[in-house]
Design a binder for this molecule. Structure first.
Ligand code: AMP
Length: 596
């Protein structure tokens, strides 16, 4: 059976793992890195960079370097006002439209950007396995809604992967954590990464993993703490120098990196100093930043973020109805769980003196995905995964309310049916707005799309009986179907305004993505050839300085001419010309070099 890869598609970093032999294995890239920054960049020369090379040039190319794209997956513009302000790249879309990223003159969906990251991870796995890979398990935050899950699945397909399963990150972490355990126990998975916060209350048993409740915040992550530090330092600088550093994209990018570093240091030290020499220049000369922040100050400027974390934990405990005595372990996952205050909150709310940090928090989710991959490829005996819906689901009523169909934390997969009819005589179509969320006002929740029932036979109002089924699959993704009760015929459903890309769009994006890969490869070839030609040029120039006196003047002149032409071809990027000149150089120079 073909290999399935397990992918943790993270906000900050991503990771790929496989099931090999008897255990999950994290794959590293050619550099030995076990995680890859979830960053994509488009350079001035038209190259596309993914991972560390993209991250390395972020300071000098901030508007075309896309990071934290996960925060925009499956999001409408009015949901990301906060996020939009803190990223230096351009987000486009109006109100209810799903957002896109504008890079240079191109508009990309977040799915396409994520697909670029996924293609890189897929390539890493193919390099390691020596065979092509087309099947994957991809993880998402448990608190991701339907649009975000659908967008992640689409990203996988654009990357040329059949997404066998979308699995919740805390569930994946529990799989890795529980692999060796054979006793029944109730645990909390506390997953706090770069952009999302996720909590799951679950039970681990011999070969089963049962989720009872999830809670979280997909707008809260390590990036938000960085932003608070940025604001404190930038405000201080503005007070002293009357310059707002946030308006200068390169300086802001330097500050952002320093802020993240400072936050990380404050996890181990009581204070840290941010030093950014020559951050900008004004009429009076160059300006520098030197700002010392104590852990206490960090905690006070982030107090509301910590409160949000605590509130989420309390809500989870309320939903699941457990007392702290029921909980045997609190498993910490994600880079932001290293913040001491975060650990303090977890210990306080769940009333425990110890947190489980036994598995590397950066790798545990990918390891869990690889375990499920092992099950799917038949290498591991079946494990029963019982997950729940993260949000309630309903339909908008005539008065703008919500008629509930499925409560949050309902075990999945699940299907539910509801009968709809026509409010007017002879109506042949009815719009049904599917609402996801917890408030009773439709407008304040997330619309998953309007389903238009069409082809209803003409009849007095209220007579047609159309049964609509909402089915949530094991991936947490909703599928809708409708049947005319009288005739038993299925109805047409046209979805408008949903995030799901249709098959044609996905196929088009897939083709563009693979063409871009080829273009990238061609560009890389040219780059390599140019570098090689440059070094040959300099070698021979140097060699000529010492050896020209030993050669006939005509040959020396001939070599100088070829070198001049080679330089021109290198500057033009003329691959054929470069190769031709290199060959000529070989022919003319080699007899003398060999003789020497
Ligand atoms: P993840 O999504 O799990 O890779 O987590 C990434 C987030 O963890 C980023 O916001 C990092 O800045 C943050 N992080 C990593 N190490 C630390 C640390 N030692 N202290 C605080 N935050 C950290």
């Amino acid at each position: 059976m073909s290999k399935v890869i397990g992918i943790d598609l993270g906000t900050t970093n991503s990771c790929v793992a496989i099931w090999e032999g008897n255990q999950p294995r994290i794959l590293s890239n050619f550099n030995g890195d076990r995680t890859m920054p979830s960053v994509v960049a488009f350079t001035a020369s038209g190259e596309r960079l993914v991972g560390m090379p993209a991250r390395n040039q972020q300071i000098t190319n901030p508007t075309a370097t896309i990071y934290s794209i996960k925060r925009f997956m499956g999001r409408r513009h009015n949901e990301v006002r906060g996020e939009e302000k803190i990223v230096p790249y351009e987000i486009v879309g109006n109100g209810h439209e799903f957002v896109k990223v504008k890079v240079k003159r191109r508009r990309c969906t977040p799915q396409e950007i994520s697909a670029m990251i996924l293609r890189e991870l897929k390539a890493m796995a193919e390099d390691y396995l020596g065979e092509s890979v087309s099947r994957a398990v991809i993880t998402v935050p448990a608190y991701f809604n339907d649009s975000q899950r659908q967008a992640t699945k689409d990203a996988g397909e654009i990357a040329g992967l059949t997404v066998e399963r979308i699995i919740n990150e805390p569930t994946a972490a529990a799989l890795a954590y529980g692999l060796e355990q054979r006793v029944n126990k109730k645990i909390i998975v506390f997953d706090f990464g770069g952009g999302t916060f996720d909590l799951s209350a679950m039970e681990i048993g011999d070969n089963f993993f049962k989720v009872y409740a999830v809670h979280g915040n997909t707008h809260l992550g390590g990036d938000d703490f960085d932003q608070r530090i940025i604001d404190v330092v930038a405000d201080d600088f503005r007070r002293k120098e009357r310059i707002d550093i946030r308006q200068e994209s390169m300086a802001l990018q330097r500050l952002k990196e320093a802020a993240e570093q400072a936050k990380t240091e404050l996890s181990f030290r009581e204070e840290t100093t941010i030093m950014l020499p020559f951050i900008c220049v004004d009429g009076s000369g160059p300006k520098h930043i030197q700002y010392t922040m104590e852990r206490e100050r960090f905690e006070s400027v982030c107090a509301d973020l910590f409160d949000d974390l605590g509130d989420c934990c309390k809500k989870l405990m309320h939903d699941v109805g457990w007392s702290s005595l029921d909980i045997e372990d609190v498993v910490m996952v994600g880079g932001s769980t290293r913040i001491p205050k975060v650990q303090e909150i977890a210990m306080e709310v769940f009333q425990t003196l110890e947190l489980d940090k036994s598995i590397n928090p950066d790798e545990v989710v990918a390891l869990g995905a690889a375990i499920l991959a092992g099950v799917l490829q038949g290498d591991l005996k079946r494990i029963k995964l019982m997950d729940v819906t993260s949000h309630s689901l309903g339909v908008e009523t005539v008065r703008g309310g919500v008629a509930p169909l499925l409560e949050r934390n309902t075990p999945i997969p699940v299907a539910t049916r509801k009968i709809f009819s026509t409010p007017k005589n002879n109506q042949t179509s009815v719009p049904i707005n599917i609402i996801e969320g917890e408030t009773t006002k439709a407008k304040l929740n997330n619309s998953l799309g309007i389903f238009q029932l069409t082809g209803i036979p003409r009849a007095p109002r209220g007579v047609p009986q159309i049964e609509v089924e909402f089915a949530i699959d094991a991936n947490g993704i909703l599928k809708v179907s409708a049947t005319d009760v009288d005739s038993g015929k299925s109805q047409n459903i046209v979805i408008t305004g949903g995030v799901g890309l249709d098959r044609n769009q996905i196929e088009r994006m897939k083709i563009t993505a693979s063409a871009n890969d080829q273009k990238n490869e061609i560009k890389q070839d040219l780059l390599d050839l140019r570098n090689h030609a440059e070094s040959v040029f300099h070698d021979i120039q140097k060699w000529l300085e010492y050896n020209s006196k030993l050669m006939p003047p005509r040959t020396v002149e001939q070599i100088i001419n070829i070198l001049k032409k080679l330089k021109k071809k290198i500057n033009k990027g003329d691959k054929v010309g470069i190769r031709l000149m290199l060959k000529k150089l070989d022919e003319v120079v080699n007899p003398y070099r060999e003789a020497a």
